[in-house]
Design a protein around this ligand. Structure first.
Ligand code: LMR
Length: 396
């Protein structure tokens, strides 16, 4: 039966890493997948994480199964980081959290939950969005609709286009929102726009599904959560998918969470019982190690302080690379205005390079960026910025 199967296309993002590894060019640069690199181009384990791992190791513990939604302590730590201690959602206990294998796992569980409880409803996704969103929603049996998000000419948010499209959404349809550091554009809603979007969502009876993978990489841990906190103040029902791949550097531990917010504690518990059913039929219960690290760091003031400083350091380095990239292009005589890259937030820059230019960078310079023109700014270093900019000048 298998002989008739054709090779599937390479993954738009992770496939680039495979191609990069195979490339023999000694000067190759990988700015594809969203992985943070330090000034030396490496991704060492965070110090706060290493200290937490040491404690976990010394405690011995157990390797028996976790409960279906993971440990309650993890859920509590996740919700506090997400909302802050005094948010009404925390006070009224109207949220439940499941520890999932990464943010991707959270999105898939959320989709399975939606399919299970509401049927094959459409998910409105922003244009553009993360290359994997459509595959996750469709794999769960949900259909897709798109709303405008990024104005490629003006290099900013098409908020009017977004609201106009969402006015056409039917009650009960799902709307995907990026909490911060929009992937791939780096363009976010400001607090007033979040308020306006929240009021539309409430009025139209839509279900917001928030992808929150980069908390701390935009303007700060609390600043980046401001939008989702505002949303949950005015909308009763929200699904939030968080990831600890980037801000804890736990990529391969696959540690994320799905937080379900409902109008009351009782409704949250009932709805969450179906999240548990979706998990049990998928991977049964989560892998423990990443969750133990996050819980240990967040529950210890000293480790949390150390971690907060490490997040700040990563954020500042990325923003510094944005400035360096723009300034280096200018120094090389580029007249095209790339200053918008300084305003974008998070790991990525939506460079505006065409698919042909992306292919030329790869074929002629062994520089790997995503076909949409998305550059992982967190992969730029003081060493690779000059060859990168020279190559960009050449293909412009
Ligand atoms: C990315 O967008 O590069 C990351 O979220 C990694 C991934 O899984 O695609």
């Amino acid at each position: 039966m298998f002989e008739q199967i054709e090779m599937a296309p390479a993954d738009a993002i992770l496939g680039l890493t495979d191609a990069f590894k195979k490339d023999p060019n000694p000067n190759k640069i990988n700015l594809g997948v969203g992985i943070y690199k330090d000034g030396d181009g490496g991704t060492p384990t965070l110090e706060s994480v290493r200290k937490a791992e040491k404690r976990i190791f010394e405690l011995g513990g157990t390797k028996t199964y976790l409960p279906i939604p993971g440990s309650p302590a993890f859920g509590e730590a996740v919700r506090t980081l997400l909302f802050g201690e005094t948010h009404p959602v925390i006070q009224s206990r109207r949220a439940c959290t499941a520890h999932t294998p990464g943010g991707t796992g959270a999105l898939r569980v959320a989709s399975d939950f939606i399919r299970r409880c509401f049927g094959p409803v459409p998910v409105w996704v922003c244009n553009p969005t993360w290359a994997n969103h459509a595959a996750i929603f469709e794999a769960a049996g949900l259909s897709l609709k798109t709303y405008p998000y990024y104005n490629a000419e003006a290099k900013n948010l098409d908020f009017t286009g977004m609201l106009n499209a969402l006015e056409r959404a039917e009650t009960g349809e799902v709307i995907l929102l990026h909490a911060c550091c929009h992937n791939p554009s780096g363009v976010d809603l400001n607090p007033d726009q979040w308020r306006e979007a929240a009021s539309l969502i409430k009025r139209r009876g839509l279900l917001p599904l928030v992808d929150f993978a980069y908390q701390g990489f935009g303007d700060g841990l609390d600043e980046d959560a401001a939008g989702v906190r505002l949303l949950c103040e005015s909308v009763d029902e929200v699904l939030v998918c968080t990831s600890y791949s980037k801000n804890f550097g736990l990529y391969r531990e696959r540690c994320g969470a799905l937080t379900l917010v409902a109008a009351s504690e009782d409704r949250a518990e009932r709805a969450f019982s179906h999240v548990e059913k979706a998990i049990r039929a998928n991977y049964s219960n989560p892998p423990a190690h990443g969750g133990e690290i996050v819980t240990t760091v967040l529950n210890d003031p000293e480790l949390q302080g150390l971690w907060r400083n490490e997040v700040t350091e990563m954020r500042n380095r990325i923003n510094g690379m944005r400035v360096l990239l723009v300034d280096t292009l200018k120094d090389l005589g580029v007249t095209q205005d790339f200053s918008f890259i300084k305003q974008q937030r998070g790991m990525f820059s939506f460079s505006g390079l065409s698919r042909e230019q992306v292919a030329a960078l790869r074929d002629q310079y062994a520089i790997y960026i995503v076909g949409s023109g998305r550059i992982n700014v967190a992969g730029i270093t003081e060493t690779n910025v000059l060859p990168l900019c020279r190559a960009i000048v050449d293909i412009l």
